[in-house]
Design a protein around this ligand. Structure first.
Ligand SMILES: [Zn+2]
Ligand SMILES: [Zn+2]
Length: 338
């Protein structure tokens, strides 16, 4: 089969390799669409702590089942089912796994990072991780369930929306999907911001109130809009050092900061402001199966096409990474497997 393989830092190649063997308890999925994620970019840069070449990346994907080896697993899935995967591989033994929080398993692994994923014609997936996709969803929509579930989880972690003014910092795919989740939850005063004018434009195109935080002093703007109080809640979706340093200035006393982005290194945070304003800062990681189910329900009503900026064929998959890394107007890049 054809697969896009990570061979060395900054080296990706679409090549002919053996199709994965579908072992007991797994299904072979013919991939149709797979999204490139920020974590794939970290792997590509050689900065991911676990991923080792040669590796087929891709954990946000959808396709159809072409082989099933149930073994001892009971499943209602059948050949031809259209599916997406909940890509988390967990140990089942640690504190988190024993207490219903396996998404933060001490030894959390992912399909496409710790074993071969979906930037290929075929991927083998444990049956218990596959979710059937309703017919009304396209493969693109189904491949976006994973990043949407990140947004659903962020809102879940934010708790009861007793807040009305929310700021989303960072309008990449995750920021936009968090914004769409907030819109869906009926949050009235929602401000989206980014330093990249293309991303601000994309957010505005989705009918968000979007602020270019380079042209505007964001703290002043938020202070003005909230009549000097600060936002009730901030969703940090930028993952940059300046965003980490600024977030405490955006939130009101007793407000919340929800950490959605993955900061790749320790960044300075204004801890005094956390104390003085009694800010609650909440970490979030991936999603639960419940978040996935909710994302599947939400997806049909979302303007998902505005989140996708590029579609690239598998044979030219490396270009997708190039676009993600270099093009200012890149948002979600989908690898199409025809
Ligand atoms: Zn992802
Ligand atoms: Zn575990």
């Amino acid at each position: 089969m054809k697969a896009l393989r990570y061979l060395n830092p900054e080296v990706l190649k679409t090549e002919e390799i053996d199709s994965p063997v579908c072992t007991d308890g797994e299904a072979l999925v013919r991939v149709h669409a797979a999204g490139i994620c920020g974590s794939d970019m970290a792997i590509f840069a050689g900065k991911h702590p676990r991923a080792k070449p040669p590796l087929v990346m891709g954990h946000e994907f959808a396709g159809e089942i072409v082989e099933i080896q149930p073994g001892s697993i009971e499943t209602s899935l059948v050949l031809g089912d259209r599916v997406t995967a909940y890509p988390l591989l967990v140990c089942g033994k640690c504190w988190a796994c024993r207490n219903g929080f396996s998404h933060v398993c001490r030894d959390l692994k992912l399909i496409g990072i710790d074993r071969d994923g979906a930037f290929a014609e075929y991927v083998s997936v444990p049956l218990n991780l596959l979710l059937k996709v309703p017919d009304r969803l396209s493969f693109d929509q189904a491949a976006l369930i994973e990043p949407l579930a990140v947004g659903v989880h962020a809102l879940e972690m934010a708790g009861d929306p007793d807040w009305q003014t929310a700021v989303v910092v960072g309008c990449g795919p995750i920021g936009l999907l968090v914004g769409l989740c907030l819109q869906n939850a009926g949050i009235e005063n929602l401000l989206m911001c980014d330093i990249n004018p293309h991303r601000v434009k994309r957010a505005a195109g989705l009918n968000f109130q979007a602020i270019n935080s380079t042209d505007n002093n964001l703290v002043d703007r938020i202070t003005e809009i909230t009549k000097g109080e600060g936002a009730d809640i901030v969703f940090e979706c930028a993952g940059s050092a300046p965003a980490a340093l600024q977030m405490c200035d955006l939130v009101r006393p007793r407000g919340k900061i929800i950490m959605v982005s993955v900061h790749k290194e320790p960044h300075p945070v204004d801890l005094r402001a956390i104390s003085f304003k009694e800010i609650s800062m909440i970490g979030t990681r991936v999603y639960t199966r419940g978040d996935y189910r909710q994302a599947l329900q939400m997806m049909p009503d979302l303007p998902y096409q505005d989140v996708i900026s590029h579609r690239i064929e598998l044979a030219r998959g490396a270009e997708g990474f190039d676009i993600m890394g270099r093009a200012d107007d890149a948002c979600k890049v989908i690898i199409e497997v025809k």
